[in-house]
Design a protein around this ligand. Sequence first.
Ligand code: T1G
Length: 710
Amino acid sequence: MAATGTLAKYAIRDRVAIVTLNAPPVNGLSQPLRAGIQEALHQAKADAAVDAVVITGAGKMFCGGADIKEFAAGEITEPDLNIVCALIETLGKPVVAAIHGYALGGGMELALGCHHRIAAHDAQMGFPEVTLGVLPGGGGTQRTPRLVGVPVASDLILSGRMIGASEALECGLIDAVAQDDLLKEAITFALDAKDRADGLRTARALPVKDAANAKDTISATLAKVLRRTPNAHAPKAIARCIEFAASDASFEDRLIFERKEFLELMNGTQSKALRHLFFAEKAAVKIPNLDKELPLRPIECVGIIGAGTMGGGIAMNFLNADMPVTVLEIAQDALDRGIENIRRTFAGNVEKGRMTLAQMDRRMGLLKGSTDYADMADRDLVIEAVFENMKIKQDVCAKLGEVCKPGAIIATNTSTLDVDIIAEATGRPDDVLGMHFFSPAHIMRLLEVVRGAKTAPDVLATAMQLARRINKVAVVSGVCYGFIGNRMLESYLREMDYLLMEGATPAQLDAALEGFGMAMGPCRMMDMAGVDVNAFVLDGREAEGALPDTPSYRALVRKLGALGRNGQKAGKGYYRYDGRTPVDDPEVNQIAADLAAEFGIRRRNDITDAEICDRLLYPLINEGFKIMEEGIAYREADIDVVWTAGYGWPALTGGPMHLAQTIGLTKLRDRLIGLGQQTQDRFDFFTPAPLLQRLADAEGRADERLPEAV
Ligand code: T1G
C-alpha cells in the first residue's frame, strides 16, 4: 500500500486504487488536499496493477466542499478543482466516487468529474455555494445540466438545497445507491465499468438535457429565489452560467466563463458577508475559556411553565427534538387551550405536508399537561414562560427552586427583565440562566442564552449544546436591558418614532428599511409584535426611571397603545389593517403631527430614505459597540448572528457589526456625529461609543500608514 500522503491516502484492493480524502472534519478541498488527490491520480494512472479507481472520504463524509477559508486569499491556487476533474476524465481508467455522509459544493463537483457515482442510502448531496454568495466554481454549473437537465440543475444550484441518495439517483446525479457495503460495491462498480462501453463516459461529453426553453426555465427558477433576496448577486451569476452551459461554446470556454463569474462573486462584499456569517454561527456556540472536557448536565426531559404563545412554542421545539415535555398552567382551562394550540399547530404542519400524522402523534404522545408543580420534580430542565412581570416570575422561580431536583437547570424566557434577580428568587442561582426564545418560538432560529452572574459554567455549556439539539442558533449574552438584540432594537425604534413625528410616514420608513434588506420594516414589525407589548415595557422602564428625561421619548408608540391601536391583532396600529394587509392610515400621521406640536418637534418634508436608514441603523450599530465594551457579547460576530438569525437583518451585509467594517469605522463615527448635530442630540442618542471612537481613530492611523496608492 503506497501512501501518497496523509491528506489523500492511496491503497490498492482487487486491482482498484482507493484514493481516500483524509482532511477531517469535512475533507475540505484545500490546496494541499487537491494536490494530494492529483498525485494519487497520477500514481493510479501510471500503475499497471490498477484497472480502475475509487475516490472515497475518511470519517463521516465524502467531502464538505472547498475549504471556504481559502477564499479570503482572493484567488484559487493550483491545482484547482477543474484541473483535478480534467485529470480524472482523461485518466484512461474508470474513476468512481463512493459517497457517504455529505458530498457538497466542490465535493459534489469532484464526484461529477468522476465517470460514475455511487452513494450510501443516507448520503446527502447538493450545491450550497449560493448560500455563501458564490457558485459551483469547479464545473458544477456545466456538468450538472448534462447529467440531470436544465430544470433540475437550476433548482439544485439556485436553491442550494440538499437531496438524498434516492432523489439523486432518480434525477441522474448519481448512478447507483449502495445496498450494503459502499466501498465494496464501489470497487465492483469500477471493475465492471472497465469492460463497459460507457465505462469512461464523462459528464462533460454529454449533451445538455432538457435544453429547450433553457432561458425561460432558468429565469422562472431565478425569479423564485430573488423574491426572497432581490439584491443577491450569486443567483444571477448562476443563471448566466447555466444558460451558458446550453450555449454552443467549447467546454473549456464554459469553464473559463464559470470561473470568471465565481471569482467575481468570491471577492465581492456579499460573499464575504455570507462567509463571515457561516463561521460566525459556528463560533457563537463556543464559550471562551471553557474547559472542553467539562461534563454537561444530562437533559432528557423538559418542563415548561406557561402554556401561552411562548410556552407552547418553546414546548414544540423540544417535542420536535423527540424530548418528553410537561407543560404546566395553574388553571385547567388555560392548560387545555395551550395544549390544543400545540396540537393545532402540528396538525397544520401535517396538512402542509411538513410532518406526517405518525410524527404528529409521536410528538403529542411526548406532551403532558399539569397544574401541579410537583410534576416538575423529575425534569432535567424547566423553562418559565409566564407573563413578563418580575413579581410573577420571582414567585414562579421560587417554587421551582424548591421543587426541581438537584442539578436541574432552571431557565427564564424573559426578554426584558433582570435574569440575576430572577435567578436569586430560586435560591439556587448557579442552576439558572436565561433562554430567550423569539416569537414564534417554534420557528425563529435565534436563542439568546443569558449567562447570569452566578450561572455555573456547565449550565451555560449544557444550554449551548442543547440549542443545537433543538435546531436553534444560540448566542451567549450577559445581563443587561434587552440583552443583545432588544437592546440594539431600542435605538432603532426610537428613531422610527422621532422620524414619524418629524413627518415621515410608516410606509416610507418600511420601504426604506426593506430597500436596505430588512425582512420587515420597523412599523410593520411593531404591528406584528404588538404595539401594546412595547408600550407596556416602556411604561415599566419609565416607572424605574430608566428612560431619557423627555416626554417625547417613544411618545408615538405609547400614544398608539393608549388609543388601543395595538397593531395587526387590533386591526390598527402604525397602519390600518384590511385583514392582514397594512393600509396607510392618515390618522397615524395626524397623531404624529399632534405630538410634534406638543413637543416642539419641527415637521419636515425632506426626509430621504438615506437619512431614514442612517438614523435607524447607525445608532443600532453604535449600541453594538457599547455591548462589546461592556462584555455583554463575546464577539462582534455574535451580534451579527443575533440580528441575522433573529431580526431579519439582511445576511448579504453580514450583520450590523460586519456592515460597520464594510462602511468603515471612521465614516460611521463621522456620520453619527453629523446626525447628532442635525438633531441637536440632547440625550447622546448619536454620540459614538468610546470603543467605536477608539477603533475609528486606530483605523484612521492605519490608513495614514498605508502607502499612497500609486
Ligand atoms: N470549509 C472550511 N471549513 C468548514 C467547511 C468548509 N467547506 N465546512 C465545515 N467547516 C468547518 C466548520 O466551520 C467547523 O469548524 C467544522 O468544519 C465542522 O463543521 C469549489 C466554491 C459539511 C454539512 O458550503 O454545511 O465548495 O467550528 O460543525 O455539523 O465550487 O459543515 O469546528 O472550527 O458544520 O458535521 C461549499 C459547508 C463550499 C458546506 C458538516 N460547501 N459546511 O456539518 O460539521 S464552497 C459548503 C457544512 C465550494 C466549489 C465551491 C457543514 C457540513 P469548527 P460542522 P457538521
